[in-house]
Write a protein that binds this ligand. Structure first.
Ligand code: 2HG
Ligand code: ZN
Length: 460
């Protein structure tokens, strides 16, 4: 392998190619921290031609390639633990162009989400996909998982905003997918195969991103909800009267951890559930409607308490209650589920899930939160003191199987927005049929005949 790497270095003398232990460790892992990083080396290309040369080199030498952005993923999709070459896009992180008529930005894959959002704002426009890892994750990674986040309820997932993609396939060829078109009825839309493919079909080297008008002024409300079965009733009451930009929930366990991590408690009293919603509030009439919604919900016994943001600072403090949860739990290295279902089945599903958890996790700290308005629930399970890590993960995997069976019954998904990666690979069959997985394998063989890209992720 040293000879192969020497050949790559000789072929691309300007390529930043790293093999020191610190870089192998840094670039070989993602936020899951479950696998020991063991990449062969790290390559940081500066342009499309570099990427094509790397792919052709990898094909000649049979070296696996792992695409790497901000590595904030939670499913092991960016882990390099089997001697792969990590292709890190840190140096392909530029905004290449803006088109005011098309309202698009064309960018390189290493651009952080937050930089994309601020580039859009700089042109008086808005890129709406948003979530807590915005400062560290990259648009390439967002495309790989079809990232969702907190504004899906209004704007949809990353997929809706990708007008075109350039992909280097397993032959090193450059495919220009959809070329920024709004209408294009000319056969398979390969762009949409690549979005959400978790880096298994090729390397995204450029993306043309659609932008929209900035949203109107908004307000944030947090409600204390006394019963699980009231959550979706509150959702329905809010969406009937307000124009919602976000509707999220979390439990008392989530509040406990996020407050211990520095967030401000929203109310004096305790409640088992909380929702946070953001809604358009252009004037006082909108605020008055929000207060009426609160009063109606309180009258029905669906909410016990509520707080309405009075300033941007207070809105940010309220959002921290939801957005700070993952970071507050990170030191515990929780086991994560990221599941989705049609919103109509949430009440029944949550009841059944609670019964499974009460039985399977009697003494575990199980933290629920997520994008309930999209039908996406996050469950973070914390390892009880005294239980060793392997036994903990195997107990949680067993519960994931039970969850998978419940999800299969309601037609849900074992991964809503984090991806399958390594973490959920054993559970893919609960969401996708054997025939579907075979089709996916076939597609991979066509685009990646050498089996180079993110081998062993998603499926074997
Ligand atoms: C979120 O919604 C992220 O905050 C992370 O998707 C969820 O940590 C998690 O499980
Ligand atoms: Zn999420």
């Amino acid at each position: 392998m040293t000879a192969a790497l020497a050949e790559l270095a000789a072929q691309l003398p300007h390529l930043d190619l790293r093999t020191d232990a610190v870089d192998l460790e840094h670039y070989g892992r993602d936020w899951t921290r479950r696998w020991t990083p063991a990449p062969l080396a790290i390559a940081l290309p500066t342009g499309i031609a570099d990427v094509q040369a790397i792919v052709r080199w990898a094909r000649r030498h049979g070296v696996g390639l792992v695409p790497s952005g901000g590595r904030t993923g939670l499913s092991g999709g960016a882990v390099a633990a089997r001697g792969e070459l990590v292709v890190a896009f840190d140096r392909m992180n530029r905004v290449l162009s803006f088109d005011a008529v098309d309202r698009t930005l064309t960018v390189e894959p290493g651009l952080p989400l937050e930089a994309l959002q601020s580039a859009a704002r700089g042109h008086g426009l808005f890129y709406p996909v948003d979530f807590a890892a915005r400062g560290s994750c990259s648009i390439g990674g967002n495309i790989a998982t079809n990232a969702g986040g907190i504004r899906v309820i209004r704007y949809g997932n990353t997929r809706e905003w990708i007008a075109g993609l350039k992909l280097v396939d397993g032959n090193g060829d450059l495919l220009d997918l959809n070329r920024g078109l709004i209408k294009n009825s000319s056969g398979y839309d390969l762009r949409h195969l690549v979005i959400g493919a978790e880096g298994t079909l090729g390397l995204v080297v450029e993306a043309t991103i659609r932008l929209t008008d900035p949203p109107p002024p908004s307000n944030v409300m947090v409600f204390a909800v006394p019963r699980m079965d009231a959550l979706m009733k509150v959702f329905d009451a809010c969406r009937r009267r307000l124009s919602l930009g976000a509707f999220e929930f979390f439990t008392d366990r989530a509040l406990h951890h996020v407050v211990a991590h520095g967030a401000q408690r929203p109310f004096e009293g305790d409640s088992p559930y909380y929702v946070i919603t953001e809604f358009d509030a252009a004037d006082e009439a909108d605020q008055a409607t929000a207060l009426e919604v609160f009063e109606d919900c309180a009258g029905q016994g669906w909410v016990d308490d509520g707080v309405l943001s009075q300033s941007d600072a207070q809105a940010a403090a309220l959002w921290r209650l939801r957005e700070g949860i993952t970071e507050s739990l990170a030191p515990h290295r929780p086991y994560k589920n990221d599941i989705s279902m049609r919103i109509s089945v949430i009440p029944e599903f949550m009841r059944e899930m609670a019964a499974v958890f009460a039985h399977e996790y009697p003494h575990f700290d199980v933290v629920w939160f997520g994008h309930i308005g999209d039908g996406n629930l996050h469950i973070n399970v914390l390892r009880p003191p005294g239980l060793d890590d392997a036994a903990f993960v195997s107990q949680c995997d067993h519960v994931t199987e039970l969850l998978g069976a419940l999800l299969q019954r309601v037609g849900g998904s074992i991964s809503a927005e984090h991806g399958i990666g390594l973490v959920k690979k054993p559970h893919l069959g609960s969401t996708r049929s054997a025939a579907e997985i075979d089709v996916m394998r076939g597609i991979k063989r066509v685009l990646d005949p050498g089996g180079l890209f993110n081998q062993g992720k998603l499926f074997d």
